[in-house]
Design a protein around this ligand. Structure first.
Ligand code: URA
Length: 435
């Protein structure tokens, strides 16, 4: 087999055979095929597309290029949840205890944040002593006995994707649906879940800016998952403004705790209840979405959800007292209110800018090596559709460095658009695919 012929086939719009895809992924991962030939193939894929069979084959080849996590020591159906990334997205921290408290099993590997979106693992480290690396046997035992464990990614998951993604990044071939869908799904499949619940974000703070693109990506990922035997469904949800009000690690943890106590923001509460209900049905813990939702509401009302959070934090070495006493969380030294000059209805909040504002404060990572400040961040007070008087605070900035606060404030002020006309609040869930 020759790489030249494979490029030629795709250039002519032909579907690649499983053998050809295997040849490319294996050869490129081993360093036997040069970047320039794979770049040419990626560009041909970009223009000619891939069929579902080709996309599913590429996904499995990339998944199998590294460690395939075997979750079989955990009894029952393991359901994973994956968000394509947003600002203020703390859903995992809420829904993991919700699902576990109802009887589902959450065995999750999560990532750290990079750029304007945060990572679950960083947020969890706001609990003093919380261990994100635990030996595999302890991880299995914890999930079997307590139904919940969330750890950082270990081992080498889908190294072929890592290499191909880096090449796509410099050859203008990232934004192809088949390539994005196979990239995300290869890592999910290598992580070992039996069923996958996807939260595809759509809007200014998301990777997919339009609803059409978000739906197409969700559909492509659902098709791949189901094609390779992993029951997969997707929710397409709004990211045209931050989810909830808090952006920044410890601040987001506090908001997640409040949500588990039943006092959370409406959007975060609704999204986590919906995702948790789908996970419980996918995991066959509940027969219907209605029953699942009722049980989720029950564990919030009777305190079992918050107890599960405390149990989980303790199991992973963190201080569960922080769940009831927020002074035990990392605290920023200073705070500042952000006031806009104009009164009116909030018509837009550029979520990506809010994420960037938190990033410049130190809540996120500019590069993989950056140290993050767990205490700093932003709590917005006004969301789309809310009315603001000219002297109302639209947000509070929690900071440790005045220069950073000033830079963050400038970005934040520009993120808000105000209108004289009344504005409708945003739709939260646009679509549910494959349920
Ligand atoms: N995230 C991924 O993991 N892969 C892509 O291709 C795009 C976003």
């Amino acid at each position: 087999m020759r790489m030249y012929d494979i490029i030629e086939h795709k250039k002519k719009g032909m579907a690649l055979s499983p053998e050809e895809i295997h040849f490319v992924v294996e050869g490129y991962t081993k360093g036997e095929i040069p970047d320039y030939q794979v770049s040419a193939l990626l560009m041909a894929i970009y223009f000619k597309g891939m069929t579902l069979e080709e996309t599913a084959t590429l996904t499995m080849e990339m998944a199998q290029s590294g460690d395939m996590i075997d979750l079989s020591p955990i009894e029952g159906i393991k359901v994973d949840k994956h968000s394509t990334g947003g600002v203020g997205d703390k859903t995992t921290i809420v829904l993991a205890p919700l699902v576990a408290a109802v009887g589902g099993k959450v065995a999750k590997m999560s990532g750290r944040g990079l750029g304007h979106t945060g990572g679950t693992i960083d947020k969890l480290e706001a609990f003093e002593g919380f261990k994100v690396e635990i030996p595999e046997e302890d991880f299995f035992k914890q999930v079997n006995e307590h139904h919940i464990a969330v750890v950082g990614q270990s081992g080498e998951l889908a190294p072929a994707d890592k290499k191909l993604y880096a090449l796509r990044d410099v050859t203008a071939t990232v934004d192809n649906m088949s390539l994005i869908a196979s990239s995300i799904m290869s890592k999910k499949i290598a992580s070992g879940a039996d069923a996958i619940c996807l939260d595809v974000k759509c809007g200014t703070g998301a990777f997919m800016k339009t609803l059409a693109d978000a739906k197409a990506l969700a559909g492509a990922m659902v098709d791949i998952g189901n094609h390779v035997g992993r029951h997969t469904m997707a929710i397409v949800s709004d990211m045209n403004q931050p989810l909830g009000y808090a952006v920044g690690n410890a601040l987001e943890i506090i908001e997640a705790i409040e949500t588990l106590k039943g006092n959370g923001p409406a959007d975060l509460t609704e999204l986590t209840m919906t995702l948790a209900s789908h996970m419980l049905v996918l995991g066959k813990v509940c027969d219907t979405l209605e029953t699942a939702r009722q049980k989720v509401q029950e564990v919030i009302n009777n305190g079992k959800a918050i107890e599960k959070l405390q149990e989980w934090i303790k199991l992973q070495g963190g201080n569960p007292a922080a769940v009831l006493d927020y002074s035990l969380m990392p605290q920023a030294q200073y705070s500042k209110e952000v006031v806009l000059s104009q009164a009116g209805y909030v018509s837009a909040i550029d979520a990506e800018s809010v994420g960037k504002s938190a990033l410049v404060l130190g809540a996120g990572r500019e590069t993989k090596e950056s140290e993050i400040d767990l205490a700093v961040g932003i709590v917005i007070h006004k969301k789309i559709g809310d009315y603001i008087e000219s002297n109302d605070s639209v947000a509070t900035i929690y900071y440790n460095d005045l220069a950073k606060c000033e830079a963050a404030e400038k970005i934040l002020k520009e993120a808000y658009k105000v209108s004289d006309e009344k504005v409708q609040s945003n739709t939260l869930i646009y679509d549910i695919i494959g349920a």
